[in-house]
Ligand binder design. Structure first.
Ligand SMILES: *Cc1c(COP(=O)(O)O)cnc(C)c1O
Length: 383
């Protein structure tokens, strides 16, 4: 083979990251120590939210978000089919019903119009919430979704797992960072190594609401609180008020998260350089995710649409380039087919899935490697 394997995404761990982890390993706390709070504070500061709650992964973060917002068994929430399964599964964990609305065929984001149509086709109170996803790193315009949600009394969980560092400008020309909570109730981020910030496993839930913040803290740690300690209680006293979980992040992971977070802004700039190179090479030849005016894509992914994506996928693989598909529509996964979603009319999503392929996108992808990727893609189509 002429080149090393080029994956579609990879982490960037430096000596500084290693040093931070090793220092934590020899400190007093491996978990529930000072690094967790330090990471939460730094993250909230970066995103611009009031509160941040570190969790063991984003799936757990989505799970406790849905619970904190009060979804009850049998209640319904809406999400996009073009996402990782966890965006929908969190509704199921709470015993809720998942309803899918279709995507916009150019941005690949949950369509505001389709969501509105779905909501307005049902009686008032039918739905409780919406979970839009900043797919590939492209921010959902949450100002628009908030207007719709307000009208129908719905909560919004922004699945921002792809988008730390992404932003859009709202109608007041104010910059809105993904997950900052201006137009959503909570934002959720993932620190899986394939995402921007690598903790091994990890996640963060952001919010501006003190009451949601308190519920998230409770649910993260078994539903246990020491809040109601009085002078008559011994030092050991605590109360378990809800059936919570152990969804904590460790200090070891948090130490890594802190040094990783500090690199994110640069990483997103590099991701955008890479995106520009792809766009220049593919312009008028290959369709790629469109970028609405006033948006800055954090570019977890770079997605193109092609005929014969399996052919391209195999061809690239033969040349040690490991592209990926994001995503098999969630309503087409066997679990969701079995509970009755296989026949939902989500034609934009299915059309998209028939053509989508994600090309290598990560800050340490070299120009030379990227040129090889571009060359192989164009070669496959134009000989
Ligand atoms: C990765 C991802 C998740 C889940 O993240 P984990 O930290 O692996 O649990 C949820 N939603 C989206 C959109 C993701 O990409």
């Amino acid at each position: 083979m002429e080149n090393n394997i080029i994956p579609y995404g990879r982490q960037n761990i430096t000596d500084e990251d290693i040093k931070a982890v090793v220092e934590t390993l020899t400190s007093d706390f491996l978990t529930q120590g000072p690094k967790v709070a330090e990471f939460e504070k730094a993250f909230a500061n970066y995103i611009g939210s009031k509160y941040a709650v570190a969790v063991n992964n984003a799936t757990a973060g989505l799970h406790i978000s849905v619970l904190a917002l009060g979804l009850k068994p049998g209640e319904r929430a809406i999400t996009t089919p073009i996402t990782f399964a966890a965006s929908a599964n969190c509704i199921r964990y709470a015993g809720g019903e998942v309803w899918f609305a279709d995507i916009d065929p150019d941005t690949y984001l949950l369509s505001l119009e389709k969501t509105q149509e779905l909501i307005e086709s049902k009686p008032k109170g039918f739905f409780k919430g919406i979970i839009p996803v900043d797919f590939a790193g492209l921010p959902v315009n949450l100002e628009d979704f908030r207007k719709l949600a307000r009208k129908h009394d719905l909560w919004i969980i922004e699945d921002a797992c792809h988008a730390p560092g992404g932003y859009f400008f709202d109608s007041m020309e104010k910059k809105q960072m993904c997950g900052n909570g201006t137009y959503s109730d909570v934002g959720v981020f993932s620190f899986h190594p394939v995402k921007h910030i690598a903790c091994g496993e990890g996640g963060m839930v952001t919010t501006n609401s003190e009451s949601i913040y308190k519920k998230l803290l409770l649910l993260r740690t078994h539903g246990i609180t020491k809040e109601n300690m009085s002078e008559n209680h011994g030092g050991w006293y605590y109360e378990m008020k809800e059936l919570g979980f152990n969804f904590r992040l460790t200090d070891i992971q948090s130490a890594l998260g802190i040094t990783q977070l500090a690199k994110n802004e640069k990483g997103v700039i590099r991701r955008n350089e890479i995106a520009e190179n792809y766009k220049k090479a593919f312009k008028d030849k290959i369709k790629y995710q469109s970028l609405p005016e006033d948006s800055y894509n954090a570019h977890h992914l770079f997605v193109i649409e092609v005929d014969d994506k399996k052919g391209l996928y195999d061809y690239l693989r033969k040349h040690n380039i490991f592209s990926q598909i994001h995503y098999i529509p969630v309503h087409k996964l066997p679990y969701y087919i079995e509970i009755g979603y296989g026949t939902a009319d989500l034609s934009n999503s299915e059309q998209y899935y028939s053509k989508c392929i994600s090309l290598p996108m990560y800050p340490t992808l070299s120009d030379k490697e990227q040129q090889l990727v571009i060359q192989k893609v164009l070669e496959f189509y134009h000989g």
